[in-house]
Design a protein around this ligand. Structure first.
Ligand code: PEP
Ligand code: MN
Length: 348
């Protein structure tokens, strides 16, 4: 951090500010300029808040130098992280596609969807068994039975399973079925859950909270990394704005921004990000063009009769066409949509 003193700060105030910095466990290097004095703070600045120094008399401004997150940051870990789980890979130039229904509803629904999305080129199957619904009266998911149906779909297709865990006490159960644990947007700042998935041994797909800033998002990822799990993917799924023509507003600049700040793979969810099936194919292509390391897309064999999020779910035929377009976009920018052919261990 750099502490800038007021032009009229007295020598006593400068000395006191330096003592405060030392008392907080850091070192102070005082630089006296012609108009102002600045103090360079040396040491692990993430341990203190800038406010702790802003209150010191004679201090004009405090400027952090390091990103508030460390393990998630490119400053500390330069090479891109590649996340791999069963049939699925994302990162390092490989774009992995996760597709499937919002919720697991029945064996025929999930197995049929798994076969269709695999045929179109997805390398992981999504499906919610525990659903975090806005209303307590909405369908809450099939829970354990849903997990068992996902395992059936994995056995039938070899696709890795991505499913949400909504509470820390469910992590062991969900991790015993899932290849990748999804932490939903509503839970991005549920720190006990982040620590629990950090200790689960399974890769994590962390969704951005609809009102979370990029620093908050990356600090949430930091919780998982800090708990010992290096396999974290950041998922941009849209934020809340004043706009109503889409369910959320999908900021694709997040992809390039997160790549600049972090080594973690960035996945885009154009389904929740737009909330309208007709917008999803173009946003899939746009996400690939923006350099996303993966997509998560809601696909349902009968969107009209889906138990949740049918209005934003693609039918398998539309998904297939959109995937063909994404492959052409990936080719054009020298990236590669992971294909089923190159998936190695299809069974877990
Ligand atoms: C979902 O993936 O179905 C879901 C609930 O997403 P989000 O947490 O992004 O709202
Ligand atoms: Mn959904």
């Amino acid at each position: 951090m750099i502490v800038v003193m007021e032009p009229e700060a007295t020598s006593e105030q400068i000395e006191h500010a330096a003592e405060r910095i030392e008392a907080l466990g850091l070192r102070a290097h005082v630089i006296r300029g012609t108009e102002r004095t600045v103090i360079a703070v040396i040491g692990e600045e993430r341990k203190i808040t800038k406010e702790a120094l802003e209150v010191v008399p004679g201090v004009s401004a405090v400027m952090p130098v390091l990103a508030p997150y460390k393990m998630a940051s490119r400053e500390v870990h330069h090479d891109p992280t590649i996340v791999q789980a069963g049939s699925f890979t994302a990162g390092g130039g490989i774009v992995g596609v996760i597709a499937g229904p919002c919720s697991v509803e029945s064996e025929s629904q999930i197995v049929q969807t798994a076969q269709a999305v695999k045929a179109a080129g997805a390398t992981a199957l999504r499906g919610g068994a525990f659903k975090p619904r806005t209303s307590p009266y909405s369908f809450q998911g099939l829970k354990k039975e849903g997990l068992q149906l996902l395992a059936t779909a994995r056995a039938a297709t070899g696709l890795a399973i991505v499913t949400e865990v909504v509470a820390s006490e469910d992590v062991d159960l969900v991790a015993s079925y899932a290849d990748i644990l999804q932490v939903g947007a509503r839970n991005m700042q549920n720190y006990r859950l982040l620590e629990a998935v950090g200790g689960s041994g399974r890769p994590v797909l962390l969704k951005r909270g609809p009102s979370a800033s990029m620093d908050e998002f990356l600090l949430a990822a930091e919780y998982i990394l800090n708990a010992g799990n290096p396999q974290v993917m950041l998922c941009e799924r849209g934020i809340r704005t004043f706009e109503t023509h889409t369910r959320y507003t999908l900021p694709l600049a997040s992809v390039a921004f997160l790549h600049r700040k972090s080594h973690l793979p960035v996945i885009v969810d154009p389904s929740h990000g737009t909330g309208h099936a007709y917008l999803v194919p173009s946003m899939m292509a746009a996400s690939v063009a923006a350099g996303a390391d993966g997509l998560i897309v809601e696909v349902h064999p009968d969107p009209e009769n889906a138990q949740s999020d049918g209005y934003q779910s693609l039918d398998p035929a539309t998904f297939q066409v959109a995937m063909d377009q994404c492959r052409r976009v990936a080719d054009a920018i020298g990236r590669q949509i992971q294909s089923v052919m190159e998936t190695t261990t299809m069974a877990r």
